[in-house]
Structures are given as structure tokens and as C-alpha cells.
Write a protein that binds this ligand. Structure first.
Ligand code: SAM
Length: 270
């Protein structure tokens, strides 16, 4: 496109207010509850056996037990996460608490016998896994025939520069190849799991979060402050905390502007 002064200074200014007003209208982004909707559509009965791989502090395991009456094993390699998840479980009503257990495990070592589970839930974890091939093969091992995987993960897009990716992934503990959608596609294909659906969420969760509570814009403001006066924050919180906060703010901004995308993979063991 060649720059056209008549368009730029005459035509465009007449359009601009209406254009901006149109952009103020929501495109109706899906929110994180879309994952629960995906599970609902699987039609699994109460008491179905589920593993939450990389359960963190257990919030989603609790949701799966509460919404669907599943029996959920949350696994995570980080002891602090397991301690917090177990502490939160103690505060739940007995019927829900009895459906939950938390154990140490990883995406490549799920503490479950072969063909014993109805659903593998893996939310926001695969980018941290060194070998997604081994993880999807492990999911196939523990699922009964007809059992499903519902996996959500961030992926790098073509908008993410190589230098941006190098710095961000290093600070956030992301294995660069595991954020490559082609690597994930290959790992899934090699696992033998059938692809039921691949949902491209693009920037939707970032848009939704900004529309809800302005979190994306807040991360952008925090990013500007971190970059303008690093010494202030490094002195108070230390270099390592500064880097993680910078990484987290960049992550949120990048996911809203599409340098990071997101996908849900719904898979089925044949
Ligand atoms: C971004 S958090 C997501 C936590 C939770 N799934 C959620 O969606 O809120 C990533 C989690 O993955 C866990 N994790 C890291 N490497 C893992 C691995 N190889 N296998 C399983 N979990 C892993 C971390 O300990 C952390 O709890």
C-alpha cells in the first residue's frame, strides 16, 4: 500500500470515529469456561475417572469434581502446588473432597494403570513439557478405549519474534519446541489418539479478560513501568522476581495481541 495524503488527512479522519466505535463492540470472545463446555459435550457420567495433569493448586480439579461429579486425581511435579491443593481440599464439603486426590506426577509419568481413565484434562501445561510425544503417548496409555483428552495450551505464532521468544520462554520455563503448534500436531499424530476437534482460540481469552476486568491493559501498564524504571523494582524485589514479573506481563500482553495463540485439543483413544 502506498501512503496517500488525501486518504490519510481527509478520508480517514471522517471514518475514524465510526471505526473506533465499531471496535468498541465486543466480538464475543470465548472465555475459559469453554473448556468445561467441551467436557460437558463429552457426556461423561458422574464418577468418571479423571486425571488433571499439571493441576497446580487444584482449582480446576475441584471444578471438575463439583460441576460433573467426577473422581479427579490432580497430579503435579511441584510439592508446593500439591500442598496447597490438599489444603484447599480440606475446606471442601465431604462429598466433593472425597472425589479428589492429589499426587506427585508429570505429563510423562501419570500414576495410573493402563486403560484406567475416562478423561485426561491438561490445562496450560504442555509448553513446560520437554517431550510432548511422550506426554501424549502417556495419555493414550492411561485412557480406556473411547476415553478422551481435553488439552489447552498456548502456542507461539508467526508474530512472535525470535528474540522475544528466546527471552520469554527462558524466563517462563517454556520449552520452545513445545510451544510450536507443528510439534504438538506431530506429537498427537504419533500418539495414535484420534483428533476429535482442534479449537483455535487465537486472542479470545486475552480479549475476554480485558473486556471483563481490564487485566490485559493493566499488564500493559505494568510492563511500561517495569521497562521505564527497572532499578526501582529490582532493588525492592530482586532481579529474579523482576524478570518473572516482566515475563508474566509480556505473556499477558502477547496473548492479547496475538504473538501467543491458544488451542484446545480434544482427542479420543480409539
Ligand atoms: C501454568 S500452570 C497451570 C496450572 C493449572 N493446570 C491451571 O490451568 O491453572 C503450569 C503447571 O504445570 C506444572 N508442570 C510443569 N511441568 C510439568 C510436567 N512436566 N508435567 C506436569 N505438570 C507440569 C507446574 O507445576 C504448574 O502447576
Amino acid at each position: 500500500m502506498t501512503w496517500d495524503p488525501t486518504f490519510f488527512y481527509d478520508t480517514y479522519p471522517r471514518l475514524e470515529p465510526a471505526f473506533a466505535a465499531r471496535l468498541d463492540e465486543s466480538l464475543g470472545p470465548r472465555d475459559p469456561s469453554v473448556l468445561l463446555q467441551v467436557v460437558r459435550e463429552l457426556g461423561l457420567p458422574p464418577d468418571s475417572r479423571v486425571v488433571d495433569v499439571g493441576c497446580g493448586e487444584g482449582a480446576h480439579a475441584v471444578r471438575l469434581a463439583t460441576h460433573f461429579g467426577f473422581r479427579v486425581l490432580g497430579i503435579d511435579p511441584v510439592q508446593r502446588h500439591l500442598d496447597l491443593a490438599r489444603a484447599a481440599r480440606r475446606d471442601l464439603v465431604p462429598d466433593i473432597a472425597s472425589r479428589l486426590a492429589f499426587e506427585r506426577g508429570t505429563a510423562t509419568h501419570v500414576p495410573a494403570v493402563d486403560a484406567s481413565l475416562d478423561l485426561v484434562w491438561c490445562r496450560d501445561v504442555m509448553v513446560h513439557v520437554e517431550r510432548p510425544d511422550d506426554a501424549f503417548a502417556e495419555f493414550a496409555r492411561v485412557l480406556r478405549p473411547g476415553g478422551h483428552v481435553v488439552a489447552f495450551q498456548a502456542v507461539a505464532t508467526d508474530l512472535l519474534g525470535a528474540d522475544e521468544a528466546d527471552w520469554l520462554f527462558d524466563v517462563m520455563g517454556v520449552v520452545p519446541t513445545s510451544a510450536d503448534p507443528r510439534v504438538i500436531d506431530d506429537a498427537i499424530a504419533r500418539s495414535g489418539l484420534e483428533v476429535v476437534d482442534t479449537i483455535d482460540l487465537s486472542t479470545e481469552w486475552g480479549e475476554w479478560s480485558q473486556e471483563q476486568d481490564g487485566d490485559g491493559g493493566r499488564a500493559l501498564l505494568h510492563l511500561a513501568r517495569l521497562l521505564r524504571d527497572p532499578g526501582r523494582y529490582r532493588a525492592e524485589f530482586g532481579d529474579a522476581a523482576y524478570d518473572v514479573m516482566l515475563g508474566d506481563c509480556r505473556w499477558q500482553v502477547y496473548r492479547t495481541m496475538g504473538k501467543l495463540g491458544a488451542r484446545i485439543d480434544v482427542l479420543r483413544r480409539r
